[in-house]
Design a protein around this ligand. Structure first.
Ligand SMILES: Nc1ncnc2c1ncn2[C@@H]1O[C@H](COP(=O)(O)OP(=O)(O)OP(=O)(O)O)[C@@H](O)[C@H]1O
Ligand SMILES: Cc1cn([C@H]2C[C@H](O)[C@@H](COP(=O)(O)O)O2)c(=O)[nH]c1=O
Length: 701
């Protein structure tokens, strides 16, 4: 008799933390994550303390140097160590990595005590060595995870890993601020400590790493990667190629560039606070404790913003929300630099973190909703890489810039204003961030399918929880062009929608390619219902209404807004499918269905309908995969549908282009281009087909 698997068995678990070995690994990751962030804060503070009597330029350069040594290697070199760590024993690499890092961090205050003259150089050497060790440790950890977690839970483990890596930052910062605020007591209790808060933080750090090593030593991690091992998704992709290739790969480069610029602006704002935070807090009279609070505020705020982002203002366009939060981040940073009060600066840093986190989460929502499946992974990698790279650069360069600006006293009449380098950097980055975010906002919102009539009315309505619906005024005729590709199953509609979209975009037109059913959120659900073969019980009238509901939502939410902006909308199927499939195919009165569909689509008639005509047997034979509910209808049904389409075209020949879909697809494409060229308000000259830089504008007549 077979025994059921125990609830803790990896293959049975639904929550990755229910797997005991992974849970233990995770605890060790929390400890080493805390240690890592604590070491960053302590080393930056020590660099400031060791250079306390030096000119401000030297102090800022020392801080910039510590940040560069701590942050740059993991972003730039982590993909390179993957191959090396595959050859090392993973468990012992992690154990040795934790022990070595612990020893290196503990050595910094010890050397400071024994050889004060060598304290600063050793701080850099120890930090660099610890980062090199961390690279190997991370490689081993990434390839250990798939051994402890079944493949289906790797995504969950990856998300938890990311959450742990960043979530420990504000906790470590608060811990550091706590230690700093009792530094006087610590100094009295342990008089041998040169800089009590930083020294204690580094000793604590060592302890955290040693405990983490002890936990990992007991984990059942096979020594080497085996052929069947899945690679953990946490392993870093190469950042630079991801940044540049992702930018090229998207179907909507204007949107992607806008998202990149806006995100970079917010990330640079956060990096600037971290980079100049230590000496800025000192200028505000708060020292190490103030630095810890600023750090915790900005990174903790980011976490809160990232969680809150998808939940706030649900009725407000995500693209607009992204633009607004990016602009707000710049404005808040400007004030963070300008205020001369530590408490206010900390509150503003928290707000900055929240809006930056919201901008990040909102950008991801836009990508998930609007970037085509085949480009999405590349776009995610691009945004991730660009954000990490700019975070490191801005964190390192902000203190360098502040050092060169220096601290000055500006005489203003009888008063003097203390202008500190850190504050100037924060204000300048804030100002530049506002400009960059405004540009990003314009780019991202150029083709927003969700946007209401005006930003402020939409924002106020969303704040009140009311959705704004735009009435179609008589004189508010859409100015774009609406092209529909119709036909039976497998006629080549999607192929031709794709070709036409690329061709028109190359000519500089704004193109929205879409389909029925399934373009909106509701539409996707309806599509699932309508095409599921299990739903054989759907009655013909209900079917008409479900398809009509998809059309109503689609026209209101996507097609009309795009046409009003002047875009060319290309839809794979539209109302003629309803008339042909449900009217002719199901044998319902076509006139009834026409009334329902005209009402649903607010009388919107395409400027051109291309009918790709093919015998149903031939069209269906082109399709791969199991037939859906409609495809698996009888041959007679599909014959009636084909006849229904041809009857519609015959009744309105001016609006239709009927093409033989058995022709080679390139010829079909050329015929469609010929007809579309004549239709567009500013026709594309035949000679310009190879010219991609030309941007004809669709004008209002
Ligand atoms: N003119 C053509 N001649 C031969 N095959 C074609 C032609 N056009 C498209 N195809 C192929 O037929 C298959 C179906 O094409 P496509 O997905 O574009 O059809 P469709 O009409 O959108 O299908 P569906 O009814 O499922 O939406 C694809 O494999 C495509 O490559
Ligand atoms: C719009 C519309 C569609 N149908 C049918 C036609 C197809 O079988 C499916 C849609 O899937 P495809 O990917 O476009 O092939 O739905 C319909 O019966 N009525 C309609 O209005």
């Amino acid at each position: 008799m077979s025994r059921p698997a125990s609830p803790g068995a990896p293959s049975e678990a639904h929550n990755v933390l229910a797997i005991t070995p992974f849970r233990r690994l995770w605890i060790s990751l929390v400890l080493s994550g805390l240690g890592d962030w604590l070491s960053l804060l302590a080393l930056v503070s020590l660099a400031a303390i060791f250079t306390a009597d030096a000119p401000v330029l030297v102090r800022y350069l020392a801080i910039g140097g510590v940040l560069a040594v701590k942050l740059a290697p993991s972003v730039l070199f982590s993909p390179l160590v993957g191959a090396l760590t595959d050859r090392l024993d993973r468990r012992w690499t992690m154990v040795a990595g934790d022990v070595l890092r612990g020893l290196l961090y503990v050595s910094v205050p010890v050397v400071g005590l024994l050889a004060p003259g060598f304290a600063l150089p050793w701080l850099f050497i120890a930090a660099l060595l610890a980062e090199i060790v961390e690279l190997l440790w991370t490689g081993a950890k990434d390839s250990a995870v798939p051994n402890l977690v079944p493949r289906k839970l790797l995504g969950q483990a990856d998300r938890l890993g990311l959450f742990t890596a960043y979530g420990t930052a504000p906790i470590a910062a608060l811990l550091f601020a706590g230690l700093a605020s009792i530094s006087n007591v610590l100094g009295v209790l342990v008089p041998s400590l040169a800089s009590p808060e930083a020294d204690i933080a580094l000793y604590l750090n060592g302890l955290l790493f040693f405990v983490a090593a002890g936990i990992v030593a007991g984990l059942p991690i096979p020594a080497h990667r085996s052929a069947k091992d899945t690679q953990s998704p946490t392993r870093d992709a190469r950042i630079l190629p991801a940044v540049f290739q992702g930018l090229r790969g998207s179907g909507d480069p204007v949107l992607l560039r806008g998202l990149s610029v806006g995100l970079i602006a917010t990330v640079v704002a956060v990096g600037a606070v971290i980079g100049v935070g230590r000496l800025h807090a000192e200028g505000l009279g708060a020292g190490n404790a103030g630095f810890g609070v600023l750090f915790a505020a900005v990174l903790g705020g980011m976490g809160l913003g990232a969680i809150a982002g998808p939940r706030v203002l649900k009725l407000f366009s995500r693209r607009r929300l992204f633009g607004l939060t990016a602009v707000l981040a710049g404005v808040v940073l400007l004030f963070t630099g300008a205020v001369g009060d530590m408490v206010l600066a900390a509150v503003l840093a928290l707000v900055l973190g929240v809006v930056a986190g919201m901008a990040w989460a909102t950008a991801l929502t836009v990508v998930t909703r609007e970037i085509e499946d085949e480009h999405r992974a590349a776009v995610h990698a691009h945004l991730n890489g660009a954000a990490r790279l700019t975070l490191v650069l801005s964190t390192v360069l902000a203190p360098v810039a502040a050092g060169f600006i220096g601290d000055r006293a500006l005489p203003i009449g009888p008063l003097t204003y203390d202008l500190r380098g850190g504050a100037v950097v924060l204000m300048a980055v804030g100002l530049l961030g506002v400009v960059a975010a405004v540009v990003a906002h314009h780019r991202v919102n150029r083709n927003d399918p969700e946007a209401g009539p005006g930003l402020l009315p939409e924002l106020f309505a969303a704040l009140r929880g009311v959705e704004i619906t735009e009435p179609v005024a008589e004189d508010d005729k859409p100015s774009g062009a609406f092209i529909v590709i119709e036909g039976g199953e497998g006629a080549g509609k999607s192929t031709q929608v794709r070709e036409l979209t690329v061709w028109l975009r190359d000519q500089g037109f704004e193109v929205v390619s879409t389909r029925q059913p399934g373009a909106t959120k509701l539409g996707m659900r309806l599509r699932g219902l309508l095409l599921d073969r299990e739903n054989s019980h759907i009655t013909p009238r209900a079917e008409v209404l479900l398809y009509a509901a998809d059309k109503a939502d689609h026209v209101q939410q996507e097609i009309l807004p795009a046409l009003r902006r002047g875009a060319v909308v290309i839809s794979d199927r539209y109302t003629d499918s309803l008339l042909a499939y449900q009217g002719a195919g199901r044998d319902l009165a076509v006139s009834d269905i026409r009334d329902i569909s005209t009402w649903a689509v607010q009388d919107l008639v395409p400027d051109l309908t291309v009918l790709l005509d093919v015998r149903p047997e031939e069209g269906l034979s082109r399709l791969s995969g199991p037939a859906d509910r409609i495809e698996s209808e009888s041959a007679e049904f599909h014959d009636r549908v084909r006849k229904g389409f041809l009857d519609l075209a015959r009744a309105d020949p001016d609006r239709y282009l009927v093409l033989d879909a058995r022709e080679p697809r390139e010829r079909v494409t050329r015929e469609i281009q010929k007809r579309v060229r004549a239709l567009l308000p500013d026709p594309v000259p035949s000679a310009s087909e190879a010219v991609t830089g030309m941007i004809p504008v669709i004008k209002n007549d």
